[in-house]
Ligand binder design. Structure first.
Ligand code: HH2
Length: 259
């Protein structure tokens, strides 16, 4: 069965849960709840990547995530950051995975850091940068372009000394994509699992669900479940979700039916 990665956003401005877990105690309690609900990985982030989000200074981002990572010691933690200094501090504090939405293009120090620490690294596709990525994204064939990008980023990581078994790939649902691009990626997921590395999929509460049915961010559990179950059936290995208990139950039942 696919692994569940529970989202712990230590931010004031994340698109669906901003401000709920900015206090470290609240974030740690939330992380513990997600573990209890069946999360095998917790993705701790201190900077929102929603379209139009303001960048966060390195010191502030570190100040947000470190106490939470320390407080969740013993769990498998990924740190959702594109800053090498934040990733370094997180790895020292016990994180094992670096979730870099820039796929090692944002901070020139990131690739060497991940190689030296033997961290697992998630390389995600994004067209443009969070501030502008939803300004009319265009592709010829979105799936082919995401595939080729991920293949190139994987080669880059390997050439820098990151071991292949430590690289996971992610098409970046919602990052520089229209709703149709996201649906097409999800429909043709086997073309991306063909890259031969574990595939991470983050559809949780995202706006393409709202584009399909008009729902607001906090009303997208049904769409989150449908998209994650179908992604798992198409070969996704890690599902990054906010609602771990509910998605976990859906996956367990889907697996009981289909194996
Ligand atoms: N999505 C978000 C953040 N980080 N990382 C990966 N690898 N894949 C994703 O799809 C992904 C991600 C956006 O979701 P969220 O953290 O809830 O919102 P925000 O960026 O506003 O904090």
């Amino acid at each position: 069965m696919a692994k569940l990665m529970g989202v712990v956003n230590v931010t004031p401005d994340s698109f669906s849960d901003g401000g709920l877990y900015l206090d470290p105690e609240a974030a740690i309690a939330h992380g513990e709840e997600l573990l209890e609900a069946g999360a095998e990985i917790l993705d701790v982030g201190g900077e929102s990547t929603r379209p139009g989000a303001d960048p966060v200074a390195e010191d502030e981002e570190r100040r947000r995530v470190l106490p939470v990572i320390e407080g969740l010691a013993g769990a498998t933690i990924s740190v959702d950051t594109s800053k090498a200094a934040v990733a370094a501090a997180a790895l020292d504090a016990g994180a094992a995975i670096v979730n870099d939405v820039t796929a090692l293009r944002g901070d020139p120090g990131m690739v060497a850091l991940c190689a030296e620490h033997e961290a697992t690294v998630i390389l995600m596709h994004m067209l443009g940068e969070p501030r502008t990525m939803q300004d009319e994204p265009t592709y010829g064939d979105v799936v082919a372009e995401v595939h080729d990008f991920l293949a190139e980023r994987l080669e880059f990581a390997l050439a820098a000394g990151i071991e292949e078994e430590r690289v996971w790939l992610d098409p970046g649902i919602g990052f520089g994509k229209t709703a149709d691009h996201n649906l097409e990626l999800l429909r043709r997921l086997p073309e991306l699992t063909a890259l031969g590395r574990p595939l991470v999929i983050g559809t949780s509460r995202k706006s393409f669900i709202g584009k399909v049915d008009g729902s607001a961010a906090r009303e997208r559990l049904g769409g989150t479940i449908a998209s994650t179950v179908l992604a798992a059936q198409a070969g996704a290995d890690v599902l990054r979700v906010h609602d771990v208990a509910e998605v976990g139950q859906a996956l367990t039942v889907a697996t009981a039916i289909h194996g």
